[in-house]
Structures are given as C-alpha cells and as structure tokens.
Design a protein around this ligand. Structure first.
Ligand SMILES: [Zn+2]
Ligand SMILES: [Zn+2]
Length: 260
C-alpha cells in the first residue's frame, strides 16, 4: 500500500490523488456555477444598451454601452475550463455515479452538474488535483467580478443627447457634456413613464430593468412566466413572448424588497 499525498500537501484516503478537503472545495465551486453564471449574465445585461427603436419607441441618440469586459472574460474563462474538464472526463472515461451516461447540454449549468457526478472519479485520476485548482480558480475569478462594487449605472439621456451615468445610490448626476444636473430618482421615474405600457421581450425587459436599477436575468423573467406570476401578451414576429414592462417592473421591485 502506497501513501498518497494531495497536491495541497494533505494525506488522501483510499489511495486517491485528491484529499477530502480539496474534493469538497471542488464540489462547492461546481455547485456555485449556476448562480455565478446568472450573476455574470446580469452584469452583461446591465452593460448592454437598449434598442428603443425595436420597441416602437422614439429613437433617441442611444448608443449601445460597452460590454462589461471583466464579466465577459470571467464567463469565457469559466467556460473554457469547464469544457476542457468535461472533455477530459469523457476521454478518460472517468468513473461516475450518474444514472445516465448521456453527454451534458452545451451550457455551464448542465456541464457543472455533469461534472458533479464525477468528483469521486476525478479523485482517482492523477490529474484530479489539476481539476480542483483550475475549476476553483475559474469560479473564484468570476466571484471577484460579481463581488466588485457596482460600476456607474445608466441614469437616462441628457437633453443634450449624451447618456447620463450615476454612482449606485447617488442622488444627483451631472452631464459630462453640458454640465446640466439631474435628480437620479426623478430621471428614473421619467424613464419608467416613457416606457410604460410597452410590450417587451424577456431580453429587452432584462436590459430595461437593469437600467431602472432592478437587475433581473432574462431567465428569471422566463421563470416568472413558467410559474404564472406574469402573463404574456402574445409573441413578436420572431416568436419571443411579449410582456408588459409595467408587470416586470412591479415584480422586480417586489422581489428586490423581499430579498433586501
Ligand atoms: Zn488537498
Ligand atoms: Zn448634457
């Protein structure tokens, strides 16, 4: 019988290559992936512009906001790492306790669940320690992006045509172009009035809610519909369900109060 030591230095059980502590770290990281992906999606949605022209509204001088690069990079990195370990498990025929041998769907949620079934199998592979360090590092990096203090949020269009931004919870904001000052809350109310009664897809709704400081993932909106918390108002020509923005704002504000 040979003694085996984990890459972290702790002894392992039953000749595994990875210790129990590292295995539970891996399980925790994989378990956090669905939430992490949802939060990164919210950051990305918040950073994207809303195309008012597709909503039948007045076309303003809206220019799309730059995509939030840290969130994008963290998501891409996480995906690369997870895809690589799914391939590895498949090629090495890593042992698993899954009731099925089916391949995961091409989503991070599905792939992370698939890998969960293979944690014990990975412990018996001499590269198992690499799976632990690479996956926990990628999830940790994503968490850093999410936990970072919020960046400035969109606060509405200025009369001069520029986009206004404000720090989260700021009362006033000043236009960088013409120096006009605006009350952030009044501006937000004005924007809500401007969109009231509009029908939007879940994607547009998610982007708009981000602008009203009610960040909500597209998936969450779909789940409201699945659970019959909101009704749809038919579909747009591409088949996406349409919702009344007022309903979405009401629910998002309500959920925010309950979780606060
Ligand atoms: Zn260890
Ligand atoms: Zn201005």
């Amino acid at each position: 019988m040979s003694d085996t030591t984990c890459t972290c230095g702790k002894p392992t059980r039953d000749n595994a290559y990875v210790c129990e502590t590292c295995l539970s770290e891996l399980a925790r990281a994989l378990g956090e992936i669905p939430w992490t992906v949802e939060q990164l999606d919210i950051s990305l949605q918040k950073a994207r512009g809303v195309d008012y022209t597709t909503m039948g509204g007045s076309a303003s001088s809206e220019s799309p906001l730059p995509v939030s690069f840290p969130a994008f990079e963290a998501l891409t990195n996480l995906r690369q790492v997870i895809v690589m370990w799914v391939r590895f498990c498949d090629e090495e025929a890593i042992r698993h306790q899954s009731p099925t041998t089916a391949f995961p769907k091409d989503t991070l949620v599905s792939m992370s669940r698939w890998l969960m079934w293979r944690i014990d199998g990975l412990a018996l592979n001499d590269l198992g320690g690499d799976a632990v360090s690479e996956i926990t590092r990628a999830v940790g990096r994503a968490r850093q992006v999410i936990d970072r203090p919020a960046e400035k949020v969109y606060a509405g269009p200025c009369e001069c045509g520029r986009d206004l931004y404000a720090k989260p919870k700021a009362k006033m904001t000043k236009c960088k172009g013409c120096e006009r000052e605006y009350d952030v809350e009044e501006m937000r109310d004005w924007m809500r009035t401007a969109v009231t009664g509009r029908l939007v897809t879940a994607r547009e709704g998610s982007t708009l809610l981000g602008r009203f400081d009610l960040p909500t993932a597209q998936k969450t909106i779909d789940s409201w519909h699945d659970r019959k918390r909101i009704l749809d108002h038919g579909c747009n020509p591409t088949g996406a369900r349409l919702y009344l923005i007022d309903d979405l704002i009401g629910l998002a504000a309500n959920d925010g109060r309950m979780s606060a």
